[in-house]
Design a protein around this ligand. Structure first.
Ligand code: PEP
Ligand code: MG
Length: 316
């Protein structure tokens, strides 16, 4: 199946009738660039920068950061690179950035942008390194913050980006409150990227680190599809991009549904790219929209999955 998908799927992502959906890669650093390029990534949709900060007692130097970012930008001279600022805390603890107090529920505690608001120096250093790495480069650098909850936080991040001369600020939508009020947040930033892993965790109150809750940690949950639809509609009204960078984007059937919901780009682990590219290429935008309506009309995750598949006849 992989060879077949690789064989039929090259070139930019698009539906059968030519509706463009850029297909981007999730990476953890320059070491992942080769696999992204080999699988035809048009750019990077999520650069998880935590890896640069892991297993060390102090942050990397400005020069180290700049070099890592520049390597990734140079790999996609005609594409975009979406870098996520540090998402420390919860499932991504960093030794040098402990939470300020005891946290019985770290996923509901200090993490992502919340943590950076306690350490504005760390955020400013990262944004500065990104701005310097992008200077004189042809790749389009977009920078987004994780775990943004409301418009005030979105505005805080947009200002931090402006201060650092980052031109294209965005936010992840992975908190249900942010999805429900996406219209307010869209006014503050240039783009959204849906983090469906955390969005599902928080919408279904199901810890993503507890294997026994996998049936609830399922992005096909109709409530999650509703939150995605609200977000994509708000972005479209504001004329802003709305990508997906959670695991959901790498599921070929769900990728079609997300496209039908109005998502404008999909980012995923590199091995999923050929399968998603093939699934999109075999269906029209109208079929994707019908599949999305059918999935949202379902009452359970399993029923949503089946309803979508019934409307996507050319899935393998
Ligand atoms: C997500 O939450 O969907 C996401 C892409 O970010 P991470 O998995 O790194 O939390
Ligand atoms: Mg997340």
């Amino acid at each position: 199946a992989r060879a077949a998908a690789l064989g039929e799927s090259t070139g930019p992502g698009a539906t059968k009738d030519g509706h463009r959906v850029p297909l981007l890669a999730n990476i953890g650093g320059p070491q992942d660039v080769e696999a992204a390029l080999a699988n035809g990534a048009e750019g990077v949709g999520l650069y998880r920068t935590e890896f640069l900060f892991l297993d060390r007692s102090a942050p990397p130097t400005d020069a180290e950061q700049e070099e890592a970012y520049r390597k990734v930008l140079d790999a996609f001279p005609d594409g975009r690179v979406v870098v996520r600022t540090l998402d420390a805390g919860a499932d991504k603890p960093l030794a040098f950035l402990p939470p300020p107090g005891d946290e019985p529920n770290p996923a509901l505690g200090e993490r992502g942008l919340r943590m950076m608001q306690h350490h504005p120096d760390v955020l400013a250093a990262q944004l500065g390194a990104l701005a310097r790495a992008a200077a004189g480069r042809s790749a389009k650098l977009q920078v987004m913050a994780p775990m943004v909850t409301d418009a005030a936080e979105a505005a805080y991040f947009a200002k931090a980006c402006r201060d650092a001369r980052i031109e294209h600020p965005g936010i992840m939508i992975e908190v249900p409150a942010a999805a429900l009020r996406a219209r307010d947040l869209a006014a503050e930033v240039e783009f959204f990227s849906l983090g469906t892993n955390d969005l599902t965790q928080y919408a279904c109150a199901a810890d993503r680190q507890i294997g026994g809750l996998a049936h609830l940690q399922d992005p096909w949950q109709p409530a999650v599809l509703d939150l995605i639809a609200i977000t994509a509609e708000a972005a479209a009204e504001a004329g802003k991009g709305c990508g997906v960078c959670g695991e959901a984007g790498g599921d070929p059937a769900l990728a079609c549904v997300l496209t039908g919901l109005g998502v404008t780009s999909l980012s995923m682990g590199a091995p999923s790219l050929p399968f998603v590219r093939a699934a999109l290429a075999r269906h029209t935008l109208a079929e994707c929209r019908e599949a999305a309506v059918a999935a949202r009309n379902a009452r359970t995750a399993d029923a949503a999955r089946e309803a979508a598949r019934a409307n996507l006849p050319a899935l393998t």
